[in-house]
Ligand binder design. Sequence first.
Ligand SMILES: Cc1cc2nc3c(=O)[nH]c(=O)nc-3n(C[C@H](O)[C@H](O)[C@H](O)COP(=O)(O)OP(=O)(O)OC[C@H]3O[C@@H](n4cnc5c(N)ncnc54)[C@H](O)[C@@H]3O)c2cc1C
Length: 497
Amino acid sequence: MTIAMPKPSPEILGRRAEIVSALRAIVPGEGVVDASVEMRVFETDALTAYRQLPLAVVLPETVPQVAAILRYCHANRIPVVPRGSGTSLSGGSLPLEDGVLLVLSRFNRILDVDFDNRCAVVQPGVTNLGITKAVEHAGFYYAPDPSSQIACSIGGNVAENSGGVHCLKYGLTANNVLGVEFVTMEGDVIRLGGKHLDAEGYDLLGLMTGSEGLLGVVTEVTVRILQAPETARAVLIGFPTSEQAGACVAEIIAQGIIPGGMEMMDRPAILAAEAFVHAGYPLDVEALLIVELDGVKAEVDHLLSEVEGIATKNGATTARVSQSAEERMRFWAGRKAAFPAVGRISPDYLCMDGTIPRKELPRVLAGMKALSEKYGLGVANVFHAGDGNLHPLILYDASKDDELQRAEDFGADILRLCVEVGGVLTGEHGVGIEKRDLMPEMFAEDDLKHQIRVKCAFDDRHLLNPGKVFPVLHRCAELGRLHVHAGKLPFPDLPRF
Ligand SMILES: Cc1cc2nc3c(=O)[nH]c(=O)nc-3n(C[C@H](O)[C@H](O)[C@H](O)COP(=O)(O)OP(=O)(O)OC[C@H]3O[C@@H](n4cnc5c(N)ncnc54)[C@H](O)[C@@H]3O)c2cc1C
């Protein structure tokens, strides 16, 4: 493990039996797990290089239970890590040795589908795809579609402000959530937004979306549902170089065309995905674009021919348009399975998530190639090309001595490069522990100080998901004197209040 976590409190560890029985009094039956062997399934999320057994796992079923757990933990100064399905790629739901892991998977009901108001009210443990499944019979769907949508929870999506291949046109989670109910660390139940489109006052809903489990525990979500477009067709376009594919992406957007999705894969990613899913990808190209156009049929046909024209102008060597809904789904299946497909060609991989201005793609790709040589590690690239959101997958073998460290250093340099060209550290996977120590590269001391002040307003004892997002936390009362250091910090004595 190369990223340091807060030191556990010996006092809390010593009170474990008493804490477990207090939690059992709140959630009876099988809702509290404390045997090491049974807690193993919760010891990591999708950042699998990091593992930690929690103090105890609690799986509440009702909002009053969540409130009672948080109230008890607040009174007893016990850290709490909220968890949905555990698919975070940034270590956001990594447990703490002296912390309670609060798992929302039993909150798995669709509470209300309101076609008239085009929204659905769901519990946070419902999977992303589960929302679309609940409304597709009437021709509706939930637009943000992370590749993990079969497993990840909508509560996790809200906490990470997750994206997906269709977010270029339809927006991220933040643009598709109308309301949430959440419970504060002190056990208060708060409602923000609802079925209506706007609310007066501070945009606290915007604040909760992307708050990575640091401000409250989401217990209900109201999402926008959309009517499925009349027609959707995808085209696979192959290029001899990634630079040409990047130029094509920039020109499509510059022409005023906003595709439903526009994704790019480089050769290692194409080969891995094709071998895994048999999506029909061309194997003789260096870069592949998948561009989906949706809308009424005449518009889609017109835009398809425009896109093909732009592609030819930018040097495309192949273009294949889906001829059926099944074929379109197969084109996307390859892209959506790209991460697990890369897992078949390398023992381990780290998935980065920087976002850059689209025009900087050639510079960043060239930089990444040089870094790959410097660190002696391979990289496969998958991009949400339209959004400029990069997902370099760094290939390494954790069983080899220094490869994890080298992979992390390589990843940190990629993210520094993204910031250098005017981009950001994360497009959709969150900061978690993975990018925590890089935050001072992106934000000045005053920026971080004010972000931590917001955290203090919700959780002044820093008990919700400590050790994530912020490179250092100070007592809220001391914020005036806060000093944030650049570089890796060992978290020597994260304060417990
Ligand atoms: C193969 C693969 C592909 C992926 N593809 C994408 C992609 O295309 N786009 C994308 O954006 N992400 C993607 N991800 C990342 C991940 O799926 C998302 O971040 C997802 O939103 C996490 O949801 P989860 O339920 O698994 O949350 P978890 O991993 O359990 O938790 C994530 C964070 O949310 C917090 N949290 C969870 N539930 C709650 C709650 N109810 N209240 C408050 N805080 C909560 C946790 O504390 C943690 O900080 C991918 C992951 C994998 C493994």
